[in-house]
Design a protein around this ligand. Structure first.
Ligand SMILES: [Fe+2]
Length: 521
């Protein structure tokens, strides 16, 4: 039990070896989260409905995700096409304060005024009027819905195919598209998956990338100062290093991983045929198709200024079969010299066809994510040819359907003992995410906290107690769709044993979210 906090846990974590419940959810409960967020709130003070908020938990949880899924009676084709809505929950002295705002993107403003969709969505949402009304409209609607991070004096609402939107961290007011002091060109892709280097090369950095793809793909790796450094005069938000590398082939790169020496990318084996998009039949992302029998590739790019950059050429090495959106972490194994990358693999690219309503999808027909470790022998990978083909060995770390995994942020890029992730309610098969798992990456021991049968989880965020405490000291903040009350909750778990500390009932109904981050203090 943590000092100064809660009484007895409200719900005890059960070992995963306990008998799994049968598929323990109702489809209607799961689908009831898909709705528009109808209000924007300001500074609403909240206390725990159950348990108590740990007073040592001081900072702000920012979350992003689709908040507008329907206009004029038309639903988005896929929730990923929903406009970005930011929620900020500030914790201090055992209380929480809530604020939420839609990002005032050009598209959101235009569609608010029109009362209907006036842009196509990347994941298949079409303007009213059928293919003729959509053909040759190749504008991208920057919906700013994927992630939200603090950089310098601004929040960045991220969407990977275009520039970030800057927001005021306190009011969440949209300042507008930012080119980050001239770092970006207008319209330049900027990943929604920055990684925060806790200090591999001195002060903390935000490492991220943009990818320009086509018959060949160029990755721009960028490293920004994450904190002010009075000694050097570098300010938080300033670009301090970058490089560009081109690779053959189309690339779909949603996430990446870092270590002190490497930026690690996995180029999935997918092809892109834009014709149905151009002709108004499909969204751009629906034109991605896996290439059966073809392997993806790891692209290992030496980070600027690192020891590995003495040999600056990137290393390319075949990856195991499967499709990856997200990585857990990567690290350099000192004992063997191997580069280790932990990722969530799917057997195939999960896609929703043009005729399918996302609210009726059959989970059994969609591949489930599993956490898999790839150990890359760098020496063999550098030799290329047959050596490279045998340079990667794999190990499944978690077969239970999982997503949204993270390590303690102080272990980003370093070997970590623990991972926290969202998992399905059942131990096998594909189901909605209803539980949180803490996985010991060394012993394989698991602990699970479940929101089933009527609760559904979004991405958990692990908040460390402090930089010097043990790796699992802290909290896990979990947004829940509570279908029993048709509202959203925020659950605070003890990161060490997943015991429930507090349930905060939000006066909001928020659809399943994408990514979020914690800003301490
Ligand atoms: Fe993501």
């Amino acid at each position: 039990m943590m000092e100064g906090s809660p009484g007895p846990p409200l719900m005890t974590a059960a070992p995963a070896s306990a008998p799994a419940a049968a598929a323990g959810y109702e489809r209607g409960d799961w689908a009831s989260a898909f709705r528009n967020v109808g209000v924007e709130l300001d500074g609403v003070e909240l206390s725990a409905a159950r348990g108590s908020i740990p007073p040592e938990l001081v900072g702000t949880l920012y979350r992003n995700g689709p908040g507008q899924l329907e206009r004029g009676g038309q639903w988005v084709h896929h929730p990923f096409d929903g406009d970005g809505m930011i929620t900020a929950l500030r914790f201090d002295a055992g209380k929480a304060t809530l604020r939420n705002r839609f990002v005032r993107t050009e598209g959101w403003l235009a569609e608010e005024e029109a009362g209907r969709f006036v842009y196509r969505g990347v994941f298949g949402t079409q303007k009213p009027g059928g293919p003729l009304a959509n053909a040759f409209d190749l504008r991208l609607k920057n919906i700013a819905n994927t992630h939200v991070v603090r950089l310098g004096d601004q929040l960045l609402a991220l969407w990977e195919a275009a520039e970030p939107h800057a927001l005021d961290p306190e009011t969440l007011d949209t300042r507008g598209i930012t080119l980050l002091d001239g770092v970006l060109k207008k319209g330049e892709a900027f990943s929604a998956h920055p990684r925060f280097d806790p200090g591999h090369h001195g002060a903390a950095r935000m490492v991220t990338f943009g990818v320009k793809t086509g018959p060949s793909s160029t990755v721009r790796l960028m490293e920004f100062a994450a904190v002010d450094d009075p000694a050097s005069g570098v300010r938080a938000g300033q670009l301090i290093a970058e490089r560009r590398d081109s690779f053959k082939g189309f690339a779909f790169l949603h996430d990446f991983a870092i270590t002190p020496n490497w930026a690690v990318f996995l180029q999935n084996a997918v092809a892109f045929n834009p014709l149905p998009f151009v002709m108004g039949q499909k969204g751009a992302a629906q034109c991605l198709a896996s290439k059966p029998g073809e392997a993806g590739q790891f692209w290992l790019i030496p980070r600027p200024g690192s020891a590995a950059a003495a040999n600056p050429k990137p290393i390319q090495v075949p990856a195991p079969e499967g499709f990856v959106f997200h990585h857990l972490n990567a690290f350099e194994d000192e004992a063997t010299g191997a580069l280790v990358v932990d990722s969530i693999f799917y057997d195939d690219f999960p896609s929703i066809g043009p005729e399918t309503d996302f609210r009726t999808i059959d989970f059994d027909t969609i591949p489930a994510g599993r956490l898999q470790r790839c150990r890359i022998n760098l020496e063999a990978a550098r030799r290329g040819g047959a050596s490279a083909a045998a340079a990667v060995t794999t190990e499944v770390l978690e077969e239970r359907c999982c997503e949204f995994a993270m390590v303690n942020p102080h272990r980003q890029g370093l070997q970590a003992r623990y991972a926290w992730m969202a998992v399905a309610g059942r131990e096998r098969g594909n189901d909605p995410l209803q539980a949180i798992e803490k996985l010991d990456l060394v012993s394989g021991e698991r602990q699970v906290w479940s929101a089933a049968p009527r609760g559904f989880v979004s991405e958990p965020v692990m908040v460390p107690r402090d930089a010097t405490a043990s790796e699992d000291a802290g909290w896990v903040l979990v947004p829940i769709w509570n279908s029993a009350r048709c509202g959203s909750d925020l659950v605070v778990l003890n990161a060490a044993d997943l015991s429930e500390q507090a349930v905060v009932e939000l006066p909001l109904a928020i659809p399943y979210g994408l990514h979020g981050s914690w800003v301490a203090g």
